[in-house]
Design a protein around this ligand. Sequence first.
Ligand code: RB5
Length: 148
Amino acid sequence: MKIVIANDHAAVELKHEIKAYMESLGHEVINIGTDSNESCHYPEFGKKAALMVANHQVDLGVLICGTGVGISLAANKIKGIRCGVCSETTTARLIRQHNNANMIAFGARIVGSELAKDIVKTFLEAEFEGGGRHQQRIDMISAIENEA
Ligand code: RB5
């Protein structure tokens, strides 16, 4: 798969580790996050990565900041983006199976690198269960985007 990865200054080292890990799994990974430890603004990176996912330039996106929350909030402002924050693998699996999440976020200050790799692998390998109640609920989320 083609995957965008983005991060702020809190997650530079983990970003490089996760990028290399996803490449080792055979994915093409585009890094659009900061490579500097200088303080920066996570909304810029969340937005840029989310636009790449929403515009189908990539299949999925991985976002990392200190907690994973700020960068996910920014990404979720983009129409068509469903980004979940995960600190364990069960949620990482379920956000694909039930929510058809197209982005995942986690915190470099929250999860260690081995757990982060397991979270990413679980997310990438899980598949949307499709149709039925899950699709209906996703359609309801999309409808909210059009109402707002
Ligand atoms: C940056 O210090 C930190 O606030 C950011 O990485 C993130 O945790 C925000 O949600």
